[in-house]
Design a protein. Sequence first.
Length: 133
Amino acid sequence: MFKIVSYGLATAMAVSMLTAPANSAPVQYRFASEDIALVFCAYVRDNDTTRLQNKMRELRIRMRDVYTSIRCNGASLVQFALKTDSQDVGSFIVRSVTLKDLREAGDYEWALSEGYSDTTIGRTLKERIDAKK
């Protein structure tokens, strides 16, 4: 009985950490702690796909569930990866995020306008966008 209650409590706490209160002012991150977002940004900056995947596994979250919530220096994770030349982790993120989120973030258009279309991430973005036309 105690196990069921503790699992239920842990699940409720995890859900509350990943969602923003309905009546709060808009915030940059939906996490209870901005430390998680900072860790994600650091892994992207360092082009460390393995550590990013391990952290997501540890937190039991998927990139598609948090992509729109995390900004690094005002940029989406894909844009930040392009700015920091983190081609491996950027391509991983592009493959992991829903096409809808990529389009809403305007990552492909931004990459074109900033001259990043000939990078690995730029080509991966183009493949994803063109595949669903």
